[in-house]
Write a protein that binds this ligand. Sequence first.
Ligand code: PPE
Length: 307
Amino acid sequence: MSPFNENGMVWMNGKLVPWKEATIHVASHVVHYGSSLFEGFRAYETPKGTAVFRLKEHTRRLYNSCKIYRMDIPYSQDELNQAVLETIRANGFRSCYVRPIIYRGYKTLGVDPFPNPVDCTILVWEWGKYLGPEALENGVDVKVSTWWRMAPNTFPALAKSGANYMNSQLIKMEAVLDGYAEGIALDIRGHVSEGSGENIFLVMNGTVYTPPLSASVLPGITRDTIMTIVRDLGIKLVEETIPREMLYTADEVFFTGSAAEVTPIRSIDKIIVGSGRRGPVTGKLQEEFFACVNGGREDTYHWLTYL
Ligand code: PPE
């Protein structure tokens, strides 16, 4: 079953077009060489209407991704933010997932991307719970992937490029075929990196740990949100290299991401994490996270942009 509303609208290069007309040619550069940079985030229904969570930060990351790949977006960040709001309004969603994607379009083929146009589109759809309906409460069973995250100075991990998701797909397929909800990838030194589409956190003796950006991770906006909440709660936060075996001995482990939100991990490689149930720190952070996105607490950091 497709999650898409095929009667909806897509923003393409400055205009809203009907969903079914939002197509590109198979000779587009992106189809052949993976030349796309994208974002993913959610709009939530709040007591004061629909609000996009951390829109500015996601747009800034998109511009940074494009800067790394020498792609000039022909709109300002403000213009793109307005386009996101316009697209959500045009589709009439109270809550949804938003996917802006910038790519090298149609003109010529060959690795050199420069002759091709930089095209900008924004898609929105209703996306349920990323790792299954019960994942947020019961947690998920995962494995450490045999695939590593990309090495430094190969595919830049700080850029959210379509091409990086070929690595993510290898991790995800292996996990799914082996009967797990998700895979955790190590970096090339064998240290904990991240999930195929999520950052990872561990809790041990009341301290919260997460790998540093140098461990080939995406600089997750949800990661930043959780780090901010952890500090606000006065919990000790450590951003440092994490050895694989700490995944097995941690009291609690959880994933973060715009799609995955805050998802507890119940077991890793069939070793039960902690008590095998959502731990108290994970529970507290989930509660605070959802209060932030749903407008259930004061928006002190100005994370919400109302439609
Ligand atoms: N790491 C990876 C590899 C990743 O894809 C994501 C988001 C994150 C970390 C968390 O980043 P952030 O969303 O800013 O907190 N993955 C997006 C796409 C998932 C997909 O299947 O598509 C997402 O969560 O929207």
